[in-house]
Write a protein that binds this ligand. Sequence first.
Ligand SMILES: Cc1cc2nc3c(=O)[nH]c(=O)nc-3n(C[C@H](O)[C@H](O)[C@H](O)COP(=O)(O)OP(=O)(O)OC[C@H]3O[C@@H](n4cnc5c(N)ncnc54)[C@H](O)[C@@H]3O)c2cc1C
Length: 377
Amino acid sequence: MKLRVLVLGAGFGGLELTSILSDEIGDKLDLTLIDKNDSFIFGFSKLDLMFGRKPLEEVRLAYRNIVKPGVKFCQETITSIDPQARRVITDKGTYDADVLVIALGADYDVNATPGLAQGGHEFYTVAGAERLRDVISNFSKGHAVIGVTSTPYKCPPAPTEAAMLLHDYLLKRGLRDACTISLVIPSGLPIPPSPEISQELIEAFAERGINFIPERYVTALDPKRCVAILDDNRELPYDLFLGVPKHQVPQVVAESGLVEDGWIPVERKDLKTRYPGVYAIGDVTSVGTSKAGVYAEGAARIAAAGIVAEMEGKENLEMYKGIGTCYVEFGDDRVARVDMDFFSGPSPTGNFAEPSDAVGNEKKEFAAKRRARWFGL
Ligand SMILES: Cc1cc2nc3c(=O)[nH]c(=O)nc-3n(C[C@H](O)[C@H](O)[C@H](O)COP(=O)(O)OP(=O)(O)OC[C@H]3O[C@@H](n4cnc5c(N)ncnc54)[C@H](O)[C@@H]3O)c2cc1C
């Protein structure tokens, strides 16, 4: 009998776990990978889309390219998850599994921030980033506000990167003097675990004239007056608002009985949920790292090791460490690197490599390796 594994969600976590299981136990595996979309897009590609650096066709990685031993991809929408029975229902059928892995990521609730849908833009969905390409190319003067509306949110450096890339974009078009840029984030530092990169970023904001507003949220927009309202009731008039919307688990996860305090709790060491044979990895969990692809991927490695060890009747000696490399765009193709470690010490730490073209190339290599490993491209 082959091991029936159901992987829900073909994002960073689901793709990595599927690839590892196929490599290691492909001949004994009956794995079904389910996603509602037909293709994967790296989170950072949304920045490429909104600033017109790449077209959508160039950044889409089609799931039909997944050809791996023991793996079948199904483009279906999951409508029900029963973790007790390890049974999943989709718009096309019902699946039962020996092992269930939930890797459904985080969804957004744009309407949780009054006025955002009517008076602003979000750049966290592909559709939002696509819409912004035209909006940004028509923005020629006034105040651009980039603002976070709640925590947690994916890839904490992303709003900072958006501010730096907007500066670059406007500068190259000779429009920078006609525009102001403000960045509103909830933390005191741009990347709190790394004071070094945070300092570098704060200096970069000052050099570029980016108005940095730390320790604040945008709680609402008043579209009639074109004003962003912060959590201290301060008002920021804007001409262009780029927001990070409220994050939440997908509806089907919320209804599964797996969620506590907004996210799926898991054992930090092995990513197991409280249901036997059910793992959860990545943004959908409250494991304790930031929400980012590199951590989803690291969690996938540990969950995969646990699944293989259990199948072989061995003990899983690998533990999830919450380690991952984040790349931070400074504009002009210069990228910095932060090697994050969430769980080794009493609080998260990050080692920093200065922004450079070389690290920019490393980031390209990061993407290329995953294209090859997950999609054979
Ligand atoms: C602008 C931006 C920049 C970013 N930059 C980086 C970066 O530089 N580095 C980094 O590591 N991370 C970055 N991220 C974050 C990264 O994209 C996410 O944290 C990562 O994708 C999470 O992986 P995951 O596997 O948990 O979920 P996801 O990759 O989100 O995958 C979840 C999958 O589940 C599917 N799904 C959801 N609900 C259903 C359903 N009901 N039925 C079927 N399928 C469903 C979705 O279609 C999706 O494919 C960035 C994100 C953004 C928005």
